[in-house]
Design a protein around this ligand. Structure first.
Ligand code: ADP
Ligand code: MG
Length: 273
């Protein structure tokens, strides 16, 4: 069904994260994601752009192994292993990280202690359950270095998590968490909420800063404007549960100018190159 896959999917090297013909259904059986092929490697920034309700968050949740989203067909490969059936925490251990989309305020928990427990949970899982918490001085040193690198004000570390945080502050913590957990592929599901220009710049700057030989990123959003900040290497247009066009940064300009209408229902394949 649909147009032939572009050459992007025919490259020979196997990327760190590979989605093959992924179909995802809700608990009531409704199919939301209808056959997605994607590959994301370290050193790459991919943007999946689609209108509201197209199934982007469903794709993100399925990627992370959320139990409410059932993969009915197709596979997810991570580092060459089939992780389609793997539980969420096992995926996280391997280095697939989903930035929290709806961060909750946690009374009495500071950003510092939240990050420390997140890191300890990952360490514990990686060491096969042995209790091996990161020593506090070491943790503090690492956190301070990451905050400096990401230009995050020090006072944020002592505040209670998301308690009265602005959109920009939430994004700073999200990026800081990413820097500390050092995922191999980071999945960021960006909704409109809190995405003012300040927040956009923080996310974009953080992603650009952290993506490199050790990390790749998949940024999912309907907010076209984010692309001019993030400058993705690859853009995938996502409509009604399917990737309908793949391209480089130039696709972002088409989106910016014409919106998603240009990709409904037939992809603008001819406009590439
Ligand atoms: N947990 C859920 N329960 C019921 N419906 C859901 C659930 N998750 C997603 N949906 C439905 O799936 C469709 C796609 O939603 P979503 O993946 O959130 O799209 P997007 O992130 O692109 O806006 C929508 O119709 C939404 O109502
Ligand atoms: Mg969404």
């Amino acid at each position: 069904m649909g147009p032939p896959r572009p050459a992007f999917h025919e490259r020979e090297c196997v990327a760190l994260l590979e989605l093959k013909n992924l179909h995802v259904a809700l608990e009531d059986g409704t199919e939301i994601v209808k056959g997605v092929d994607l590959s994301v490697d370290t050193g790459e920034i991919h943007a999946v752009m689609g209108p509201n309700g197209s199934g982007k968050s469903t794709l993100a949740y399925a990627l992370m192994g959320h139990p409410a989203y059932e993969i009915t067909e197709g596979q997810i490969f991570f580092d060459g292993d089939d992780v389609t059936e793997l539980e969420a925490d096992k995926r996280a251990q391997r280095g697939l990280f989903l930035a929290f989309q709806y961060p909750h305020a946690i009374p009495g928990v500071t950003v510092t202690s939240f990050l420390r427990s997140a890191i300890n949970a990952i360490r514990k899982a990686r060491s096969g359950g042995a209790d091996d918490p990161v020593p506090i001085p070491e943790f503090r040193k690492e956190m301070m270095a990451a905050m400096e690198r990401l230009k995050i004000p020090r006072e944020l570390a002592q505040r209670y998590l998301n308690d009265g945080f602005s959109g920009g502050e939430k994004k700073r913590v999200e990026i800081l968490q990413m820097a500390m957990l050092k995922p191999r592929i980071a999945v960021l599901d960006e909704t409109d909420s809190g995405l003012d220009i300040d927040a956009l710049r923080i996310v974009a700057g953080g992603v650009r800063d952290l993506v490199g030989p050790e990390m790749g990123a998949l940024v999912i959003t309907h907010y076209q404007r984010i692309l001019s900040y993030i400058k993705p290497d690859f853009v995938h247009v996502f409509v009604d549960g399917r990737v309908v066009a793949d391209g480089g940064p130039e696709l972002a300009h088409t989106l910016e100018a014409d919106g998603y209408e240009a990709f409904m229902p037939v992809p603008a394949v001819g406009s590439k190159e």
